[in-house]
Design a protein around this ligand. Structure first.
Ligand SMILES: [Mn+2]
Length: 416
């Protein structure tokens, strides 16, 4: 990612900060599992967005208290013994080169620097990332730091940086779109590898393994979420990720999966006939879902909301479900389709969004994922594409991932 691009993002944040304020954004800390093992570190996504660095124990500090705004990145100082065990830390020069900040300093000096600045009374407001998924959840690292700060400095207004950054993140710049396109392309290759091997008797985890092998081989840092490989009845469970069953002759395999390209995600679903050929009934259901999927890609444009798109999607699915003899009234559709048609996609699979950004605008990347789940027939079908909202409509970023029944059958017939 170019430093120009990162500077532009940070400037957009600075423009929205009050005069006489600072921003304090930590990258996060490693979380312990057991004994000496930690969970794979997941960087705070807003920190990543503004620095393109995914290391723990760092802090981005923006000082807008004086006439000149200054951006400093606080990083960990390397300890040669530690590095022997856990790998190289970023040096000051490397951190500066990647992020393009005005200055880089060591994190052990951060608290003193901040305390000194606070004694000057120049800080009227402090922006922290106050993201909170739901009330029952533990507070995250940034949130805890914010509350601690607020307790010690009650006269400084505590502001939420999350809303500002999330709004910006909703509209992707060209460098983000490039990363998402790369992620989508790795997913295409992974799905094609599965289609080449898929046959009755394959285990769901083997389909998963082929997919994940392929994207890792291509240089992805891994799946953007737990791969869903649900055959037959399992395809009707929305977040089935056990993947332990056998793919049976005559059934479908639903694959909902993604990959990460330097932090940015793809999220794609395809449903394939395990033996290479759809039954008439499967094809009929598939065509309905495909019609809804195509309809959304036709109409998605700036100004619309995800809710409106879902209402449109439901109309197409309800009409089809009636023709399939599944329902008589539109209101019964919820028995066979019970989720939304899309969500934002970016650094997070279900990407940041705010009420302010409820209307789609150019640069938004959303998913288009209608489905029908018929438990009693062991038919679960979802087709999911990734759409980039443009000035007048949208671009299907996953247009090269084949999706019609004819294309899929031809691909599977042609293999070997
Ligand atoms: Mn999705």
């Amino acid at each position: 990612m170019s430093v120009e691009c990162l500077k532009k993002r940070r400037q957009a944040v600075i423009d929205r900060m009050e005069k006489g304020s600072v921003l304090v954004l930590y990258s996060g800390e490693e979380v312990h599992v057991s004994e000496d093992e930690c969970y794979k570190f997941e960087v705070n996504k807003n920190f990543r967005y503004l620095t393109d660095i995914d290391r723990d124990n760092m802090c981005l500090f923006i000082d807008k208290t004086g006439d000149e705004v200054k951006t400093t990145l606080y990083i960990e100082e390397a300890d040669p013994l530690n590095e022997k065990w856990f790998g190289k830390k970023l040096t000051k020069d490397e951190a500066k080169e990647i992020s393009g900040v005005d200055a880089v300093a060591y994190i052990e000096n951060f608290d003193n620097m901040f305390a000194r600045l606070l004694t000057t009374c120049a800080v009227k407001a402090a922006y922290y990332d106050l993201y909170h998924h739901d009330a029952s959840e533990e507070l995250d690292f940034n949130h805890k730091k914010a509350l601690n700060f607020h307790r010690k400095n009650p006269s400084v207004k505590l502001m939420n940086a999350y809303d500002i950054i999330a709004y910006l993140r909703m509209s992707k710049d060209s460098e983000e779109v490039e990363r998402i396109k790369h992620a989508v392309d790795m997913t295409r290759q992974g799905l094609e590898a599965v289609m080449r091997e898929l046959k009755p008797g394959m285990m769901e985890y083997q389909a998963q393994a082929i997919y994940e092998y392929t994207i890792h081989y291509l240089g992805s840092s891994g799946p953007s979420f737990q791969t869903i490989a649900g055959s037959g009845y399992n395809g009707t469970m929305l977040h089935y990720e056990t993947n332990r069953c056998e793919c049976k002759d005559g059934e479908l395999l639903l694959l909902d999966l993604g990959s990460k390209a330097d932090g940015w995600c793809s999220d794609i679903t395809r449903t394939y006939p395990i033996n290479g050929k759809f039954t008439d009934r499967q094809r009929a259901v598939y065509e309905v879902v495909l019609k809804a999927n195509r309809h959304i890609a036709e109409i998605a444009k700036p100004g619309m909301t995800l809710r409106e798109l879902n209402e449109e999607c439901k109309k197409v699915l309800a009409e089809g479900a009636k023709e399939l003899g599944l329902i008589k009234e539109d209101s019964e559709l919820s028995k066979y389709y019970m989720h939304g048609v899309g969500h934002h996609l970016g650094l997070d699979v279900h990407d940041a969004s705010t009420a302010e950004g409820i209307k789609l605008r150019p640069g938004c990347v959303i998913t288009d994922e209608p489905g029908l789940y018929i438990d009693e027939e062991c038919i679960g079908i979802r087709i999911e594409d990734d759409l980039l909202i443009t000035e007048n409509g949208c671009e299907v970023l996953s247009k090269d991932i084949i999706r019609t029944p004819d294309e899929i059958e031809a691909f599977m017939a042609d293999r070997k």
